[in-house]
Design a protein around this ligand. Structure first.
Ligand SMILES: [Zn+2]
Length: 344
């Protein structure tokens, strides 16, 4: 079993209060016995612990809480902190099982059956082995959806713990090697071929497959209405005259969007168009790159399917398959054709 070094992104958090919950290591960390609490403050690249200048702060306790602004969250494992550019940088080193239980609870559809939870746990674990994405940093993964959403003990549930225990050490593999892991909320009826979204990420097991079980998802079908001014703002134009879908990928996702501006026609990649719109107008607007667009008076009406990129396992689909009695190995084999689960 491995352990994972996680950057806890408490951006702009300064100060951060650390409260150690298990007390047997107090001597080691140099915290006085009257108080388990340390206030960490950054001034430039200098860290101050309870007002005293210090290079780094170590917490070897098994459990601690972090408090910043009006938030408080409990974590397990070790904590190391230092200062950088006026910010407190926090890195939590946590055991693989604790990490996977937290991430599985944060990522899977709430209330999903145990087989869907197990499938998610295998994916969250495999991700650690194949996507240590912060190579140049003193941590392996960040705690945002950039890597996988990690919120310490807040998202660990009885069900996520059990899913981790039942799949301990199991990874998703293709030809004996751990897979590149992508998963999403709702495909809308058919998953995406990775090549339609990110040509560089194309893999033999990241293909479009039917996903009828995600029909219960609230994101299965959606509508989004935008004014021409909204679209212009998202694309950084003063105004636009027309938006239309020019071409689709075989998996249904939009390949090219044509936007007319001052008599000139510009082509956007479908996925990039979605990202530009969401970055400006919010992530709940153009929920996927599987949509049509039509004009209704002055407005543009987008009708779409699914939420997210659509590549790999569909969480709502997996929850639906589990409800019908499908085991986690079959669920994974469905969404990642040609792969197998493997004890590592
Ligand atoms: Zn990351």
């Amino acid at each position: 079993m491995t352990s994972v070094n996680l950057l806890i992104l408490v951006l702009a958090a300064n100060p951060v209060k650390v409260n150690i919950l298990s007390s047997h290591h107090l001597q080691e960390v140099g915290v006085s016995s009257e108080s388990n609490e340390s206030v960490l403050r950054a001034k430039g690249d200098h860290l101050y612990v309870n007002g005293k200048k210090s290079d780094t702060y170590h917490c070897k306790s098994g459990r601690f809480t972090l408090e910043w602004q009006d938030k408080s969250r409990e974590y397990k494992g070790l904590l190391k902190a230092w200062a950088e550019d006026g910010r407190v940088v926090l890195v939590n080193t946590v055991g693989e099982n604790d990490y996977v239980a937290s991430v599985t609870g944060a990522e899977m559809v709430p209330g999903a059956g145990v087989e869907a939870m197990k499938a998610q746990a295998v994916l969250c674990r495999t991700y650690i082995y194949t996507a240590m994405q912060h190579y140049d940093e003193p941590w392996d993964l960040c705690d945002l959806t950039h890597c996988q959403s990690y919120r310490g003990l807040e998202t660990v549930t009885e069900a996520s713990r059990r899913a981790v225990e039942k799949t301990e050490g199991v990874l998703l593999a293709y030809h004996g090697e751990p897979c590149r892991i992508f998963y999403h909320s709702t495909s809308g009826g058919k998953t995406a071929d990775a090549a339609s979204i990110w040509p560089d990420e194309a893999q033999a097991y990241l293909l479009s497959v039917p996903d009828p079980c995600c029909a219960t998802s609230p994101h299965y079908r959606w509508e989004f209405v935008a004014s021409p001014a909204d679209i212009a703002r998202a694309l950084d134009f003063p105004s636009i005259a027309d938006v239309r879908v020019i071409e689709n990928h075989p998996d249904g996702r939009v390949d090219k969007v044509g936007v007319r501006y001052l008599g000139e026609s510009l082509l956007y990649d479908g996925w990039n168009f979605r990202m530009l719109v969401c970055q400006e107008l919010g992530w709940n607007t153009l929920k996927s790159s599987w949509f049509t667009v039509e004009r209704d008076g002055a407005a543009y009406v987008f009708h779409g399917k699914g939420l997210g990129h659509g590549v790999g396992l569909s969480q709502w689909g997996a929850a639906g398959m589990a409800e019908q009695g499908t085991g986690f190995e079959k669920i994974l084999a469905h969404y990642y054709p040609g792969t197998e689960v493997k004890k590592w």
